[in-house]
Design a protein around this ligand. Structure first.
Ligand SMILES: Nc1ccn([C@@H]2O[C@H](COP(=O)(O)OP(=O)(O)OP(=O)(O)O)[C@@H](O)[C@H]2O)c(=O)n1
Ligand SMILES: C[C@](O)(CO)[C@H](O)COP(=O)(O)O
Length: 226
């Protein structure tokens, strides 16, 4: 079955605070989206990659390895929908990946795709959380302390049977949802199970300035290992 990957790269990156869109900020001399695209393309399972790009960046040389480039939308959910609309008809499995998780290794794409190919409709990588989390009300009062052993910090790539993710996004549009936190949450809304596999420490999301320092360190470690 054919596996395609959508790399969403159309966000502004407000929390990073750089001039240019976050996916085009460089680490190790290359834009974040270039690293993400390389990892997707190096996965043994992925045969087609669509990048969802911010306005004005569709022709950027960093995207030359993509099979297709489409424009982004106002929210991540809209950007993913644009990517879904651009998939070739033969696509049976869809991986959806954040350009911001630029150092997720190819093996993570392989692992997620393998589980979908094995029959799961929705597969997401997750890591145990390292902080104690609190539920807090509008007045800043703690209302609960969830059992940490049941929580996971989830990453991308998230993988789906194509028919399921198409249906999940169509249902979101019907409900009027526009800004889902992730794609798996839309599958959850259909009442379908979502399967969690082991995430990877390198699949962290570049969100704030200090994350760029971590990304540089990871790249240096990889360069030293070869
Ligand atoms: N309209 C949007 C918003 C986000 N994304 C992508 O979704 C991924 C995860 O989003 P996030 O890390 O929150 O990126 P931004 O929305 O750019 O960050 P911020 O919230 O700080 O502005 C990123 O790869 C981002 O480019 C997108 O393609 N289209
Ligand atoms: C999709 C995601 O990366 C899974 O952890 C995350 O939900 C994106 O969140 P953001 O609000 O766009 O940073």
């Amino acid at each position: 079955m054919s596996v395609a990957c959508i790399v969403v790269a159309a966000g502004r990156g407000e929390r990073l605070g750089e001039e240019r869109p976050k996916a085009f900020v460089e680490v190790g001399g290359r834009p974040l989206v270039w690293h993400a695209l390389q990892a997707a393309a190096r996965s043994a399972r992925v045969s087609y990659v669509v990048v969802v790009a911010p306005g004005g960046f569709e022709g950027d040389p960093a995207l030359s390895g993509a099979d297709a480039v489409v424009p982004g939308g106002a929210t991540r959910q809209h950007s993913v929908a644009n990517g879904l609309a651009a998939l070739p008809p033969e696509t049976g499995v869809v991986l959806i990946h954040d350009a911001a998780r630029c150092l997720a290794p190819p093996s993570l794409f392989d692992d997620v795709a393998a589980e979908v190919l094995a029959g799961y409709d929705a597969v997401i990588p997750g890591l145990a959380v390292v902080d104690t989390l609190k539920v807090v009300d509008g007045a800043g009062r703690v209302t609960a302390t969830p059992d940490r052993s049941q929580l996971r910090a989830v990453q991308t790539p998230q993988g789906f049977a194509r028919a399921v993710i198409d249906r999940a996004h169509a249902a979101a549009v019907e409900r009027g949802d526009t800004d889902a936190p992730d794609d798996a949450s839309l599958v959850e809304r259909l009442g379908l199970p979502v399967h969690v596999v082991a995430g990877h420490a390198d699949a962290f999301k570049v969100t704030r300035p200090q994350d760029l320092l971590l990304a540089s360190t990871v790249l240096a470690r990889r360069a030293a290992a070869v």
